[in-house]
Write a protein that binds this ligand. Structure first.
Ligand code: ADP
Length: 345
């Protein structure tokens, strides 16, 4: 409804511009035409006046005819111009409406997405807040609350606050990435990026006894040491990207399994693959996993896996900033593979 009014307003604005131009041209055309016709007929009369045989009454009669012809022509031009402007009005109204739709449609879509995002974010923020509120209220009403119970409550509240902190930092990261401009891009070694990410994720992997595998050594070609693989980018963001993929791989994999990172180089690209042998992703979920707040049905997973469905959308944004592509292949129950493709430098 809000946008319908905007469509109409913009249509009116376009029509007003077109009609203003058309009317100005019509007035100019009308003036020029009547001056030209008047001049043509006037020339004829003065030519006749100069003829020796012409009698005055004849010329006067001609002058009268000339005057009525001039008025008739002016009226005809005016009517034609009115018809012309009516036609322009109808055509420009239809055209302007479509043009206004074409102009406003992307804005409408992005506003809808923004509203959806705000609604989802508010919902996610409200859940832990409600939990904190209810637990605190119930405990405050309990007159026999002892120290152990109070500590339990504080512990539970702390967990909810941790979740809130996690969510707000993810939201902040997304907002910052939206604003990010690629001015500080440098030549970054992908090997270093993976090594740094491994160091940061190791603790989490160790908790589940998951083995992280990465073979940075590439075979030597013609006795030459293989070149390191570089991309142009922001090292910290790239580390963040690999951490998101590794974090998911660890989160959605069973204990004692393996998570591997592989880097391949083709003609102009560098491909980075993160693969696991975890719960996998259903085919019906695959197209949506990069959407903000999308979480696939994880009922197949034994333990509850925490998350907000923001990791992969942050990953996608980082890849887009580096002019790369990210895709996922997976088979439910057999594991997943995420492939990131960059231009090599
Ligand atoms: P979350 O915080 O839920 O992990 P993400 O945006 O990182 O959010 O991932 C979106 C969804 O994609 C997850 O909820 C999960 O269902 C699915 N997913 C992502 N990575 C994997 C993976 N390696 N294995 C299985 N499922 C995955």
């Amino acid at each position: 409804m809000h946008f319908q009014t905007a469509y109409l307003k913009l249509t009116l604005f376009y029509v007003a511009i077109v009609m203003a131009i058309s009317l100005i041209f019509s007035v100019v055309i009308y003036k020029i035409s009547s001056v030209e016709i008047n001049r043509g007929l006037g020339n004829q009369t003065s030519a006749l006046r100069q003829m020796p045989l012409s009698s005055n009454p004849f010329v006067d009669e001609l002058e009268r005819i000339r005057q009525s012809q001039l008025e008739e022509s002016n009226d005809r031009i005016a009517i034609n111009l009115i018809y012309f402007n009516l036609m322009i009005f109808i055509l420009s109204s239809v055209g302007s409406y479509f043009f206004a739709q074409w102009t406003l449609h992307p804005i409408e879509e992005s506003m809808k997405a923004q509203n959806r995002f705000t609604a989802d974010a508010s919902h996610e923020l409200r859940t832990p807040l409600t939990a904190i509120k209810i637990e605190t209220e119930v405990s405050l009403r309990d007159k026999n609350l002892n120290l152990a119970e109070a500590k339990k409550l504080l512990q539970s509240n702390l967990e909810e606050v941790d979740k809130l902190e996690h969510l707000s930092s993810a939201l902040l990261k997304l907002a910052k990435l939206e604003e990010y401009v690629k001015t500080d891009f440098k030549k970054v070694s992908l090997d270093e990026v993976v090594e740094e990410s491994f160091e940061k994720i190791k603790k989490l992997a160790d908790k589940k006894s998951i083995t992280l595998i990465y073979h940075p050594e590439r075979p030597a070609i013609n006795n030459r040491r293989p070149a390191k693989l570089f991309v142009s980018g922001d090292q910290q963001s790239l580390v963040e990207l690999i951490i998101i993929l590794l974090d998911n791989a660890v989160k959605y994999s069973p204990d004692h399994s393996k998570v591997a990172v592989d880097i391949k180089k083709s003609d102009k690209h560098v491909e980075l693959e993160v693969s696991d042998h975890g719960i996998g992703i259903k085919e019906s979920d695959l197209p949506y996993i990069f959407n903000r707040f999308y979480r696939a049905d994880i009922s197949r997973c034994k333990q509850k896996v925490e998350g907000y469905g923001l990791g992969l959308s942050i990953a996608k944004r980082i890849v887009e900033l580096h002019s790369g592509t990210i895709s996922a292949q997976s088979k439910a129950g057999h594991g997943s593979q995420f492939t990131v493709k960059f231009d090599s430098v």
